[in-house]
Design a protein around this ligand. Structure first.
Ligand SMILES: NC(=O)c1ccc[n+]([C@@H]2O[C@H](COP(=O)([O-])OP(=O)(O)OC[C@H]3O[C@@H](n4cnc5c(N)ncnc54)[C@H](OP(=O)(O)O)[C@@H]3O)[C@@H](O)[C@H]2O)c1
Length: 287
């Protein structure tokens, strides 16, 4: 690999994780390209971008991420999430660079007792999970120097994700209802980005789970957000996934354990701690 600081190209640079990643890296050596600048469904566009930028690492954060949209259009999910990942990996292999592929805890079926580890067998139950697992495998076919980073339930300031939507809805005085029988690790995008930055220094290629420690249900997450915002006056009703039918079936348990990352010295803080800090800042920023 070339000496000097890594040159980082981020696909999906307009998404919440892409934005957060770009903020963690040295600006002079980072290119975060949104869909209009770099559409990953075009192999030729990927080759052109790599020839121009000459990155040493490509972080592939572009994807069709809405499980409902993936369910409705499985063809599009395959094109973007599988063929897109393959295009990126082939271009990276040709350029002699390394790749980080962002994947998801939804590659697992969700029927395990306890957290999933990197070496547990994936068995996705929705079109999003199928396409993201396809992307992992397609990238692996094209490239050895590949980090597959699985995360879950990521939130940030940058989109209308779970935490932002909930804090925005609090004053509508609507009845809030959240599912109590699906669990995962709520993960702050900033912590995920910082962990990825450390991971690409290790050359410990392969599958890594990177989530804030500990798991919660949607209901537990919502009540924790409200508590951190000082809004315990707001009532939340706990419901079952059966009471909230969706086109995309979600796994009951998608808790991950960061076993491999811990083995190379990378740890993330407990989800409660990250969330409390995030909400405190959110509330302070909004006066
Ligand atoms: N959010 C989570 O909870 C979570 C959890 C685990 C893993 N991940 C993975 O992490 C990655 C980033 O997720 P995120 O939360 O940042 O999602 P996001 O906010 O939805 O960002 C994804 C970005 O990809 C872009 N994109 C879609 N199709 C594209 C294409 N053909 N070419 C180039 N860009 C395209 C989207 O652009 P448009 O806005 O124009 O469509 C969007 O800006 C994804 O691979 C996702 O599967 C996310």
């Amino acid at each position: 690999m070339a000496s000097g600081p890594p040159r980082i190209l981020i696909t999906g640079g307009g998404g919440q994780i892409g934005i957060e990643l770009a903020q963690q890296f040295d600006e002079a050596n980072t290119w975060a390209l949104g869909r209009s600048a770099l559409d990953v469904t075009s192999g030729a566009a990927m080759d052109r971008a790599l020839a121009e930028i000459k990155p040493t690492v490509v972080i592939h954060a572009a994807a069709m991420t809405d499980p409902e949209a993936c369910e409705r259009d499985r063809g599009a999910a395959q094109r973007v999430n599988v063929v897109g990942a393959w295009n990126v990996a082939r271009a990276v292999a040709r350029a002699g660079a390394e790749m980080v592929y962002l994947s998801t805890s939804y590659v697992f079926a969700g029927d395990k007792l306890g957290p999933y580890r990197e070496y547990d067998e994936p068995d996705p139950i929705n079109a999003y999970g199928v396409s993201k697992l396809g992307g992992e495998r397609a990238a692996r076919q094209a490239l050895d120097r590949l980090y597959v980073v699985r995360s879950g339930w990521v939130y940030s300031r940058w989109n209308r994700g779970f935490v932002a939507r909930l804090l925005g809805a609090v004053d509508d005085a609507r009845e809030l209802r959240y599912v109590g029988d699906q669990v995962a690790n709520p993960t702050f995008a900033g912590d995920l980005a910082a962990a990825i930055l450390r991971l690409i220094d290790t050359q410990a290629y392969g599958v890594h789970h990177l989530v804030n420690e500990g798991a919660s249900s949607w209901y537990g997450w919502a009540t924790a957000v409200l508590r951190a915002a000082g809004r315990e006056d707001v009532t939340v009703e706990e419901i079952s996934a059966e009471d909230f039918p969706r086109e995309a079936r979600l796994p009951a348990n998608s808790e991950l354990a960061n076993e491999m990352a811990r083995a190379v010295g990378i740890t993330l803080r407990p989800w409660h701690d990250a969330l409390e800090e995030f909400v405190r800042r959110w509330v302070a920023d909004r006066g």
